[in-house]
Design a protein around this ligand. Structure first.
Ligand code: SF4
Length: 228
């Protein structure tokens, strides 16, 4: 075995360690050759003047967290990973204070039948497939009217009771990082078309748009919200 190989094996054998990650992004083409996955560590003690990544300086995990939302993609398509993650979240965060909400496109009854152990670890599920052709919904955090918000725990029932029938008035977040713009949240019917058209009027064309791969602006669309 070569020295380099032995060294790599030694590194891989190191006991499990915690890592603070700021973000992961793909594709990245401005930080090395080809299409890459970028991984940014959190925490920097050097503090260069003019640093463009000041948000990565603080090594401490945020302490102003009320809850954790897991979305996708489909989290239940990786049940072992989701089970491990939810177990870890339960150990890491105070279960009486920090709720865990999971979005899934599967039916609530199927999740309870097939993944009772994972469901038991959650406070809230938002379930059922997104139906683009259905009439849009004005219900908070849901993209189509068939989607259900199900509170599973005492904390979930306490915290989400007021949101069950509340209107979709929480808005969209816009996150800009590394040349990409991300919308976080559930758009109301027509929001995405309005955003595309508004940008087009200002001469901005969307490239690699996640809800419309061609970047073309649809004239009308009955509803346009999937996973947040
Ligand atoms: S540029 Fe920013 S992140 Fe990089 S070493 Fe300097 S302070 Fe740290």
């Amino acid at each position: 075995m070569s020295d380099a190989h032995s060294e790599r094996k030694r590194d891989a054998d190191v006991d499990t360690v915690r890592v603070g990650i700021s973000r992961v992004h793909h594709p990245v083409w401005a930080l090395g050759p080809g299409r890459r996955v970028g991984i940014w560590f959190q925490g920097c003690s050097i503090h260069c003047a003019g640093c463009m990544s000041r948000d990565t300086w603080d090594p401490a995990p945020p302490d102003d967290v009320d809850g954790i939302t897991i979305s996708g993609g489909e989290p239940f398509d990786q049940p072992a990973a989701l089970a491990g993650l939810t177990r870890w979240l339960r150990e890491r965060f105070d279960p009486d204070r920090i709720d865990v909400l999971v979005y899934s496109g599967y039916a609530h009854a199927d999740l309870v039948a097939q993944h009772p152990g994972i469901v038991a670890e959650l406070d809230v599920l938002i379930t059922e497939p997104f139906r683009a052709q259905a009439a849009g919904t004005q219900l908070r955090w849901r993209g189509s009217p068939n989607q259900r918000l199900v509170a599973l725990s005492d904390l979930g029932r306490r915290r989400y009771a007021e949101h069950l029938d509340a209107p979709a008035d929480t808005g969209l977040q816009i996150d800009v990082h590394d040349g990409a713009v991300r919308l976080i949240g559930v758009p109301r019917p027509g929001d995405l078309v309005r955003i595309e058209q508004g940008l087009a009027r200002r001469g901005i064309a969307l490239d690699e748009c996640s809800w419309n791969r061609t970047g073309a602006v649809a004239a009308t669309r009955p509803s346009d919200a999937g996973d947040p």
